[in-house]
Write a protein that binds this ligand. Structure first.
Ligand code: FAD
Length: 403
């Protein structure tokens, strides 16, 4: 036991509330400080939580609250732009391949559950600096207030302030070569139901993902673009213009993309702009400060694992603080448990990104090889290291686990 009694958790996204709730379970009083106000999630859109993420939530009893706001997706079907079925992941027997959830609902569910366990969550608190001493750390916020605790956990996302406070020379995000958009149709469609499954169409110019059901249809697009764009730059283009450009990307494909995009309300278009990852952050902790979630290990959305990795890290950091005798040992153990796994996931996500933005020769090869590749990838044993990963929160961190 590290004798840590209090923790400041910076960031009320996914990793922050999970870590704070898990810390409460091990007797640490945690407070979450989120820069946004309670009604915004900054980005929007749907994300999919993988089975390993749901398992990690269950390990600290947070799964029930999340189940209430998400819908199980039984399988993922991969199709070519010519309409050919390439592969299917998942089966009724194996359970859902993922749980789809609106990001805002997830944030609210996690923060609500953390609060129900006695975690204080303060909104409108943007961290701008820290003061450190041998046995405590003080966070300074943009509104002039401050807070002090035994440790500070940076769960403040891919553009983390805590990361640069730990290591001013830390690398920043890397552009994946893709712009991201999403939406939901508001006009009637003639599209056949996917019966809750997610369909991914590898089109000629971009990949179109959608889920069409009686009660809800949603979609997202990863559009290759050499030019990176911030969210502000992308939004400045205008929703109606993006809707037109996105629909145009899919005119040569045999898929419902054009119909679904055109039936969506431009006012509800989710414009994310360029998507980034963070392949290697050399320093995850210094003194009494540590990084979890995207601040340490952001993966491209193509991996479908960013949220789940953030949850796993939130759970593991609490477990290490419970079981190791000192803060430096707990932080080192956490890094040992997490770094190899998250960096492997990031590398896999990068490979998927590259398959989404090939040149003409790459595209021809991709279309030729995709059916065989997909048959291999779709084998459950190939994905077990990612999806079947389980954290036994009740078990003490063992030397064998640390390798
Ligand atoms: C388009 C897109 C699609 C995605 N799809 C998926 C998917 O399908 N599945 C999946 O698992 N993952 C997906 N991801 C990734 C996933 O969203 C992230 O990995 C996950 O949100 C990381 O959680 P986090 O808590 O570490 O960071 P965030 O969720 O980014 O939360 C960080 C929080 O910190 C706050 N903050 C930032 N700076 C400060 C500060 N200085 N002071 C106080 N608060 C601060 C922010 O306001 C934010 O609320 C997607 C990402 C994108 C961009």
């Amino acid at each position: 036991m590290t004798h840590v009694r209090t923790a400041l958790v910076i960031g009320g996204g996914i990793a922050g509330p999970v870590a704070a709730a898990a810390l409460r379970k091990v007797g640490v009083e945690a407070t979450v400080f989120e820069r946004a106000d309670e009604t915004t999630d900054n980005v929007g859109g749907i994300i999919g939580l993988a089975p390993n993420g749901m398992n990690a939530l269950a390990s600290v009893g947070l799964d029930e609250a999340v189940h209430k706001v998400c819908r199980p997706v039984p399988s993922m079907v991969l199709l070519s732009g010519t309409g050919k079925r390439l592969a299917e992941f998942g089966s009724a027997q194996a359970g859902p391949v993922l749980h789809a959830v609106w990001r805002k609902d997830l944030f609210l569910a996690l923060a609500g559950e953390a609060k129900a366990r006695g975690v204080r969550v303060e909104f409108g608190k943007r961290l701008v600096g820290v003061d450190e001493s041998a046995d405590s750390v003080t966070a300074r916020f943009a509104d002039g207030t401050s807070a002090t605790a035994d440790i500070l956990i940076g769960a403040d996302g891919i553009r983390s302030t805590v990361r640069s406070l730990i290591d001013p020379s830390a690398p920043g995000p890397r552009y994946t070569g893709l712009l991201s958009f999403g939406g939901r149709p508001t006009k009637p469609l003639r599209v056949p139901s996917t019966h809750g499954s997610l369909h991914m169409v590898y089109g000629k110019k971009a990949i179109f993902c959608y889920l069409a059901d009686d009660d809800e249809t949603g979609w997202f697009v990863n559009m290759p673009s050499k030019r990176a764009m911030t969210i502000a730059q992308a939004r400045a283009v205008g929703a109606a213009e993006w809707q037109r450009r996105l629909a145009e990307l899919f005119t040569e494909d045999r898929s419902p993309a054009v119909e679904i995009i055109s039936a969506s309300d431009p006012d509800e278009l989710v414009i994310v702009g360029g998507v980034d990852d963070l392949p290697h952050v050399p320093t995850w902790h210094r003194g009494r400060m540590i990084l979890i979630g995207d601040s340490a290990h952001a993966t491209s959305p193509s991996s479908g694992q960013g949220g789940s990795m953030a949850i796993e890290s939130g759970v593991q950091v609490a477990r290490c603080l419970r079981d190791l005798p000192s803060v430096p040992e707990a932080f080192a153990a956490y890094e040992r448990l997490r770094r190899p796994r998250v960096e492997r996931v990031i590398a896999e996500g990068r490979k998927v990104d590259q398959s989404k933005s090939p040149g003409p020769v790459g595209r021809a090869l991709r279309d030729l090889l995709l059916p065989t590749m997909m048959k291999l990838i779709a084998k459950p044993e190939r994905r077990a290291w990612q999806f079947d990963h389980r954290i036994d929160f009740a078990a003490a961190v063992s030397p064998a686990e640390l390798g």
